[in-house]
Design a protein. Structure first.
Length: 273
């Protein structure tokens, strides 16, 4: 009860501290909105869990710089501050370069040490529906970003369209090759000059893959350690021409994210592109 009261007191103190802080300089998308309405550091979400591993619950505070003037809830400088309750100190998670709409917190163990980690997810609002994520471990009171900006790229592919309304795809990380059936887009490709009517490829097309559009924590075997389940889209002649979706499962092992499984789907019916 005493510890809980201490946590709540510190949480309240930090909230007041953050909300009275001078504005942090705006970056990125803020340049497009009114300067008079930007630059306020805001508490986006809070949670109370032990993330340092000492058995005492800590305060977890998700903060960001709000882009007022925009009708949507867009934040830059998204970061997390942890109130290490047992030691009465504030830990900066050290996240940089994270911006997005309506950021969310998830607290759970990804590393397998039974100490909960902190996941932050923020849709970037781009045309591809991309979500930007970070995961921080604060085990022992030492912050470490274990899912970094580069990890949002997910699977990398190379590939090309081939005769017969097909695309050959190679996933380098898995040493896996597969062929996507493009019949669903046949009429559009013939009309656009990508293929002849008899299926001969007329121009070079190299499909590409987007970063994760969703990335969710999942505990498949119920052992309390979470994996990540991600979706990525593969595009063909244009970004809106989604020719396949790839699902992948990632597990944190020996200091890196390892692919456990990956599956792809083929579009049976075109939605117009
Ligand atoms: Ca703790
Ligand atoms: Ca952990």
């Amino acid at each position: 009860m005493c510890k809980r009261a201490t946590v709540l007191f510190l949480l309240l103190f930090l909230l007041l501290f953050i909300l009275t802080m001078p504005p942090i300089a705006g970056t990125m998308a803020e340049s497009n909105v009114s300067q008079t309405n930007t630059g306020k550091t805001t508490v986006i979400a809070t949670s109370s869990e032990d993330v340092t591993g000492d058995g005492v619950k800590d305060g977890i505070i998700l903060i960001g710089t709000r882009a007022y003037g925009d009708n949507l809830v867009f934040f830059t400088n998204i970061n997390v501050r942890i109130i290490d309750s047992a030691n009465n100190r504030v830990i900066d998670a050290g996240i940089s370069g994270l911006a997005g709409y309506d950021p969310k917190l998830f607290i759970g163990d990804f590393t397998g040490d039974k100490i909960k980690d902190i996941m932050i997810s923020a849709p970037t609002g781009g045309s591809g529906g991309i979500i930007d994520n970070r995961i921080v471990s604060v085990s022992g009171g030492i912050p470490k970003v274990i899912f970094e900006e580069k990890d949002n790229s997910g699977l990398a592919i190379t590939g090309k369209f081939v005769d017969g309304f097909k695309a050959d795809i190679k996933v380098e990380q898995l040493g896996m090759e597969f062929t996507i059936d493009l019949q669903a887009f046949k009429d559009m490709y013939i009309e656009g000059g990508t293929y002849s009517k008899d299926g001969k490829l007329l121009i070079d097309v190299e499909p590409w893959i987007d970063p994760f559009s969703t990335l969710d924590p999942v505990d498949y075997d119920g052992d309390g350690t979470y994996c990540l389940h991600g979706y990525q889209s593969i595009s063909g002649v244009a970004h809106v021409n989604r020719i396949s979706n790839v699902e992948s499962i990632w597990k944190y092992s020996d200091g890196r994210w390892v692919i456990e499984n990956a599956e792809y789907s083929t579009c049976m019916i075109s939605d117009g592109m």
